[in-house]
Design a protein around this ligand. Structure first.
Ligand code: NAI
Ligand code: MG
Length: 480
């Protein structure tokens, strides 16, 4: 923390807007139901380790029930419904999300550990925006460029991770529903609560039973959903390892698949870039959401002539970041989502030191309870180091340098991933040249981590395939 005469008084957002139930069931066929075998797990607040609720763990019998409900609804109500009628339900969900936005944001921050400022200003409004956007497509599918009368695929099994629990649920549900599919959603085991609140909103919006189902549980629940013969389409966001396992399971089946996996994005800063703007972009690129971001700018590639100045400015900026209570409105860096993820970050950061990189963090006290990792920068990183190659998925930046644009491209593309990249320069022609040569699904110019429902998002290589968002996002849920 900077030595300043003025400090920030605590400014916690009130939890009173959220009513936690001690126990949550599964959302199947329009109702909250008990799991068949009665298994449960707990979800905790990563910032305090407080147990927030007990949540049903869906077994294969529960998944079967949910898929059967989805198939019935697809056949009898949602599939035959005119697009303009489906649109009304999606608009209703979007408006209810806005009405209940504080509740959603506080709950998301509690269950995930992310700063309330981010949940409130990014996750929740963007999630609602996806429902608004795809509601607009529901009666215009014939004009999506996918043939004159595209048809829904059927039942979508959708598995989402813990880094943006509500937003990823919206990315999956909104286009699927707009296209006339029905859904079985499986949230991550450390962050099930916002999806269950969304299920309540789905109920409140009066969707026909079975159109949206939520089965909570861990990887085995996800695997049962993937393997279920009644599922026609699988959409997965998560680790590359699990993505590959899913692809193996589905090989040779009728099921369609889209995968949104990991990343190791290069954020490339040229010597003519507006420096203070670039520093803000670097910070946003890697420290947003504690770096639990698949498209995080985790490799800073900075032109050699300005490397020292950039690193110095970056360190000064990091000294001003506030780490702590996620519900405090002034918090910039929240908690690491789980002990498992913290151990992974610690192990990889340790390897960076062992490989010979120089590790730096601002002076910042970590709270005693909960899972925490300080914002960290590694300089003197060689491309062969693990911290330059493997996804850390935490608040850790590896700094590398380059001399020429060709070298920047070669280093940026020297990865098994290909999800996103950033370019910072004043030259428009250089932005276009870089965008042509970077093998990444998204290239941001003089900004980073910017999202919009109208813009497609997705990867190359081991970052997965298929696009979410925009008109392209409909393609995954329609048969031409
Ligand atoms: P994960 O891939 O195990 O979890 C993601 C989701 O998949 C969760 O809902 C989980 O329950 C489910 N799942 C797990 N095993 C499954 C299986 N065999 N079949 C079907 N579903 C399954 O990711 P995890 O272990 O939480 O994180 C490990 C690493 O993965 C992170 O450190 C990060 O590098 C990467 N990751 C990338 C994400 C992204 O947004 N692309 C999101 C989360 C993790
Ligand atoms: Mg949790």
């Amino acid at each position: 923390m900077p030595s300043s005469l003025f400090t920030y008084a605590p400014a916690p957002e009130s939890r009173s807007v959220v009513t936690l139930r001690p126990r949550y069931g599964l959302f199947v066929d329009g109702e909250f139901v008990e799991p068949r075998d009665g298994s449960t797990f707990t979800t905790v607040s990563p910032s305090s380790e407080e147990v927030l609720a007990e949540v049903a763990a869906a077994g294969p019998g529960d998944v079967d029930r949910a898929v059967a409900a989805a198939a019935r609804a697809q056949r009898d109500t949602w599939g035959p419904m005119p697009g303009k009628e489906r649109a009304k339900y999606l608009f209703r969900i979007a408006r209810l999300m806005q009405e209940r936005s504080r509740e959603l944001a506080v709950l998301e921050s509690m269950d995930n550990g992310k700063p309330i400022r981010e949940a409130r200003d990014v996750d929740v409004p963007l999630a609602a925006a996806h429902f608004f956007y795809y509601a607009g497509w529901a009666d215009k599918l014939a004009y999506a460029g996918l043939g004159p009368s595209p048809r829904p695929i059927g039942v979508a099994g959708q598995i989402v991770p813990w880094n943006f629990p509500l937003l990823m649920a919206a990315w999956k549900l909104a286009p699927a529903l707009a296209a006339g599919n029905t859904c079985v959603l499986k949230p991550a085991e450390t962050t099930p609560l916002s999806a269950l609140l969304l299920a309540e909103i789905v109920q409140q919006a009066g969707l026909p039973p079975g159109v949206v189902n939520v089965v909570t549980g861990a990887g085995d629940t996800g695997a049962a959903l993937v393997a279920h013969p009644g599922v026609d389409k699988v959409a997965f966001t998560g680790s590359t390892e699990v993505g590959k396992a899913i692809q193996r399971t589905l090989a040779g089946s009728h099921k369609r698949l889209t995968l949104e996996l990991g990343g190791k994005a290069a954020n490339v800063v040229f010597d003519d870039a507006p420096l203070s703007q670039a520093v803000e972009g670097i910070v946003n690129g890697i420290f947003f959401n504690q770096g639990h971001v698949c498209c995080a700018g985790s490799r800073l590639l900075v032109q050699e002539s300005i490397a020292d100045a950039v690193v110095e400015a970056l360190k000064a900026r990091l000294e001003t970041l506030r780490l702590g209570d996620p519900l405090d409105k002034n918090t910039d860096i929240g908690a690491i989502n789980s002990p498992g993820q913290l151990a992974k970050i610690e192990e990889l950061a340790g390897s960076g030191e062992a490989d010979g990189a120089t590790r730096w963090s601002p002076r910042c006290a970590l709270p005693e309870r909960g899972y925490w990792f300080p914002p960290t920068i590694f300089t003197g990183v060689a491309p062969a180091f693990r911290i330059a190659r493997e996804e850390i998925f935490g608040p850790v930046l590896s700094v590398l340098t380059f001399r020429t644009p060709d070298e920047a491209v070669a280093k940026a593309n020297n990865t098994t991933y290909g999800l996103s990249a950033g370019v910072w320069t004043e030259k428009g022609s250089r932005i276009l040249w870089m965008a042509q040569h970077l093998r990444a699904g998204v290239v941001w110019a003089n900004t980073f981590n910017r999202f919009d429902p109208t813009s497609p998002f997705g990867g190359y290589r081991e970052s997965g395939f298929g696009r979410e968002g925009g008109r392209h996002g409909l393609e995954a849920y329609l048969d031409a």
